[in-house]
Write a protein that binds this ligand. Structure first.
Ligand code: NAI
Ligand SMILES: O=C(O)[C@H](O)CS(=O)(=O)O
Length: 485
């Protein structure tokens, strides 16, 4: 790997019970920009996963017995180390995942923000004292750590998706086992290195890396020693994992797929809408679950918005994320690139027009041209499916009611966006959209202070904000009798 100053961040073995776990089985991690092998990583296999679960179980009671301040101090130290090594962590992330360096630095700061947020939030894990129905009783409600937490995370935000979960879990007094995507394990192992340096005790934070996603996931979802399972990834895989958790009735939280509408009304600030569209659609080459997936543009501004979006897109540079001034990097795999192109071609066959891009990009095997399509209808493949690529389909609508109906016509419900300057419309549309998160005159809405999560088949639970602890605590009700005797 290039351009890493602090070489201790480069780890190639799972981190289990405070030790780096060697194994004979290894697998390559490749750079999506040029398909070159960055390094090989030891595959800890199912045995490693079981060792990690047992380590987390053995460590959990002592970790929960620490005060919220003690846990918070360790999370704050972890935060400080992550920010101290932000540039190196970003360089690692770009080389294994592909996003431009500036975006990778942003992801490191975004993930670290959850460590910082929950270092404090754990101190506010309040219970209740409830007036009892009888004078000789007292009712107290405690919030306690769920126990051992298992997580499976995706390749598109290989640092932040782990930090967003682990920060809340550890703050609540839980211990944590994460299995990151096999495509991007190095960022996860670098986080473990810094957790160790921060003084987080052995067994509290464990990272198990391996190629057998299905087998490792089965162990994590079916183990009776795991109390809670959290997943970020596709809805299809999420459904499988929820079913696997049923065997032990685990507490489950899911951050799944999306199909975000980006609505532009006649009265919108069009330049602001174009700026928000570029930020929301083309971040991470469109490989984020909260990307604008369908542009719904009112008839009166359809031509103007489409033309301005194309002008803005022409200024973006496609290339290796490690090069300066690159705005759009490669897709995570050649298969992913082909899948995006198939959606474009199938929708062209159904009548959609490509007004910008629409082909593989000459920068390399995994690059796709940033693309805009017009004359799209909501039933076309490019609108029905989560694109997970740099393609903006634009659908025309006439009335506000039509826009809401089109926006809600999907099984997903993660993020939605709309641009208007009418205060009445802000409330009407904001309340009518069936989504967990709504950006109003804003294309980037993710931050540690806000509850991130979806409804419908985009998942359940919330990450970040003071709501984020709820997924990692259980409510216990104490009823004290005989107070007057
Ligand atoms: N709601 C959210 O916050 C996010 C949602 N996603 C969604 O994830 C998808 C893209 O990410 P991918 O990594 O391709 O999703 P994916 O669902 O294929 O994989 C996610 C993780 O699950 C693992 N996995 C795959 N099949 C599994 C199985 N049968 N058992 C256990 N683990 C398994 C993968 O190795 C990876 O670590 C998109 O649909 C995107 O919308 C991605 C990131 C964030
Ligand atoms: O994986 C994702 O798509 C992230 O959750 C998006 S964000 O939180 O970075 O906006």
């Amino acid at each position: 790997m290039e351009a890493i100053r602090y070489s201790s961040l480069i780890k190639t073995q799972s981190y289990i019970n405070g030790c780096w776990h060697a194994s004979q089985q290894r697998f390559p991690v490749n750079n999506p920009a040029n398909q070159q092998c960055l390094l090989e990583v030891d595959d800890c296999g199912l045995q490693g996963v079981e060792l990690a679960i047992q380590a987390a179980k053995a460590a959990q009671k002592a970790w929960a017995a620490k005060s919220a301040n003690e846990r918070g101090n360790l999370l704050r130290k972890w935060y400080q180390l992550v920010m101290q090594h932000q540039d190196d962590l970003a360089s690692i992330l770009t080389q294994e995942q592909g996003k431009p360096l500036a975006e990778a630095k942003g992801e490191i700061a975004y993930g670290a923000a959850f460590l910082d947020w929950f270092a404090e939030e754990g101190k506010r894990c309040y219970g209740d004292v409830i007036p009892a129905p009888a004078d000789d009783k007292r009712i107290v409600v405690l919030k306690q750590a769920v126990g051992v937490v298992a997580a499976v995370t995706p390749w598109n935000f290989p640092n932040a998706m782990i930090a967003r979960k682990a920060a809340a879990a550890l703050a609540a007094g839980c211990t944590f086992v994460v299995r990151p995507a096999q495509l991007t394990p190095i960022s996860a192992l670098a986080l473990a290195q810094l957790a160790e340096e921060a003084g987080i005790p052995p067994g509290v934070f464990n990272v198990v890396v391996g190629e057998d996603a299905r087998g490792m996931g089965k162990l994590l979802t079916e183990s009776p020693d795991v109390a809670k399972f959290t997943f970020t990834g596709s809805t299809a895989v999420g459904k499988q994992l929820i079913a696997q958790c049923a065997s032990t009735v685990k507490k489950v939280s899911m951050e799944l797929g999306g199909n975000a509408p980006f609505i532009v009304f006649d009265d919108a600030d069009i330049d602001a809408a174009v700026q928000g569209a570029i930020a929301s659609k083309y971040r991470n080459a469109g490989q984020t679950c909260v990307c604008a997936n369908r542009f719904l543009v009112q008839k009166g501004v359809y031509q103007q918005f489409s033309e301005k979006l194309a002008e803005a897109l022409a200024k973006l540079k496609v290339g290796d994320g490690m090069q300066s001034n690159v705005d759009i990097g490669p897709m995570i795999s050649e298969q992913a690139k082909e899948a995006v192109h198939e959606l474009v071609v199938d929708s062209q066959k159904a009548g959609a027009k490509v007004i910008y891009g629409g082909q593989a990009h000459q920068a390399g095997k995994q690059f796709y041209q940033p693309t805009i399509m017009t004359q799209v209808s909501n039933d076309m493949p490019i609108a029905k499916n989560e694109i997970f690529g740099p393609v903006a389909p634009i659908i025309m609508f006439d009335t506000e009611e039509q826009a809401i109906a089109l926006a809600n016509d999907t099984e997903y419900g993660l993020a939605a966006y709309f641009y208007t300057r009418d205060i009445g419309r802000v409330w009407r549309v904001g309340e009518a959209l069936e989504y967990g998160m709504v950006g109003i005159n804003e294309g980037i809405i993710s931050n540690a202070a806000a509850p991130f999560g979806g409804v419908k088949q985009s998942g359940n639970g919330r990450e970040g904000s003071h709501y984020g602890l709820d997924d990692y605590t259980e409510i216990k009700y104490l009823c004290m009798g005989g107070v007057n005797s």
